[in-house]
Design a protein around this ligand. Structure first.
Ligand SMILES: NC(=O)c1ccc[n+]([C@@H]2O[C@H](COP(=O)([O-])OP(=O)(O)OC[C@H]3O[C@@H](n4cnc5c(N)ncnc54)[C@H](OP(=O)(O)O)[C@@H]3O)[C@@H](O)[C@H]2O)c1
Length: 355
């Protein structure tokens, strides 16, 4: 059977490389076009890329010639366009792709909070995909734009969703320890981060405090009603390479009788990707560990091939209030937080015939 053709925009960056790696030997999708910035257009991928992931450059992509991120340069029979472009570039070009009929699934921040743009983690809010019909009506596009959330948000909300469903959530306080790769290939200078922690990431706290409310919200006609949860975030950059660790305090609406109920809720949680057994779906999207010193970025970031988040240290935070619980969650920022979640969306669209 012929594979579905896909393109990767910004294929030479850290997220772009993760796409190339995860799409190597994908059972349904085949990468036929890759793009980069002007300085690399016309070069072979294998010659232009500074490859940073384990395993080396997959053979299939070495000789593909890098194109401009322009819909005229991508073959018309491409079904899904995966975007790993910087926000400012995505803002300009993603609508051009959608207008030309391509289904763009994107990691870039642009358009995430637009009311007619679905912001999706398939296990949590797959039904929001309906918004592409609103988008098409309003914007006159035959294609569509679907978004991934910010990586830190994705990891947090996967751990929150079972709590929202079982106990209700009122307030969340989160402090993050985010890996260097989250800032992109040219992100943080080594002189700034070695022997150091930077307690500030531009724009990040707003994203963590707001994007999750849309993802956890309810589809209501032509828009999403945001979840009624207050989130306060402090985001920091730490000298790890991959895997964002987050310390989370949560005020529940209804206090369970024991912590075991919280563990069970997290362990039982699953969604459309697990039911459909999609190729990139982890068996369980939330894993709970009991060792007191886990999860750790180096040891746990590849859980579920990077598609599961790992929760540990679940305990009551009764010093703050009766209904407060605290835990630590870890997820792979480039996989569940970026390329992996994007491909999972495309797998669900393809499997369910969302056209
Ligand atoms: N890193 C993460 O954990 C993460 C997580 C979630 C979302 N995101 C988002 O995903 C996107 C990519 O992030 P990244 O970390 O992969 O960044 P990155 O390493 O800086 O890569 C950027 C990519 O975009 C290309 N590019 C840059 N300027 C361009 C232009 N003017 N026209 C066309 N292409 C251009 C680059 O090509 P050249 O190689 O030719 O410069 C490269 O392929 C960003 O929007 C980011 O916010 C990142």
């Amino acid at each position: 059977m012929d594979k579905v053709k896909v393109a990767v925009l910004g294929a030479t960056g850290l997220v772009g490389q993760k796409f190339i790696q995860l799409l190597n030997n994908h059972p349904w999708f085949e990468v036929v076009a890759v793009t980069a910035s002007e300085r690399n257009v016309g070069k072979k991928y294998g010659e232009a890329v500074s490859w940073y992931h384990e395993g080396g450059i997959p053979e299939y992509v070495r000789d593909l010639v890098l194109r401009r991120s322009n819909p005229e340069e991508v073959p018309g029979d491409v079904e899904y366009v995966f975007s790993a472009l910087p926000r400012s570039v995505a803002q300009e070009v993603e609508p051009l792709f959608a207008k030309k009929g391509f289904k763009v699934i994107s990691n870039a921040g642009a358009f995430r909070m637009d009311s007619d743009v679905p912001l999706i983690i398939p296990e949590i809010n797959w039904d929001h995909i309906e918004l592409i019909n609103v988008q098409r009506r309003r914007r006159g596009w035959s294609g569509a734009i679907v978004k991934n959330s910010n990586c830190t948000t994705a990891i947090l909300v996967l751990s929150l969703k079972p709590l929202v469903d079982y106990f209700g959530v009122r307030r969340v306080i989160v402090t993050t320890m985010q890996a260097l790769s989250g800032a992109g290939y040219r992100g943080v200078p080594s002189m700034a981060i070695i022997d150091n922690i930077i307690p500030y990431i531009e724009g990040e706290e707003w994203k963590v405090e707001n994007e999750g409310l849309k993802i956890l919200g309810k589809l209501s006609g032509d828009h999403v009603e945001y979840a009624d949860i207050k989130i306060s975030a402090t985001t920091t950059r730490v000298p790890t390479l991959y895997g964002h660790l987050e310390s989370v305090h949560v005020e529940l609406k209804n206090k369970p009788k024991s912590l075991d109920e919280i563990v069970d809720a997290m362990r039982e949680f699953e969604g459309i990707p697990q039911k459909l057994k999609l190729p990139l779906a982890p068996e369980k999207p939330v894993l709970v560990v009991s060792d007191p010193d886990r999860p750790q970025p180096r040891l746990d970031r590849n859980a579920g091939k990077g598609m599961a988040v790992v929760v540990g240290r679940i305990s009551w935070a009764s010093n703050i209030g009766d209904n407060w619980v605290k835990y630590v969650v870890l997820g792979h920022n480039l996989v569940r937080g970026a390329a992996g979640n994007t491909i999972l969306i495309a797998e669900a669209m393809h499997r369910l015939g969302v056209d």
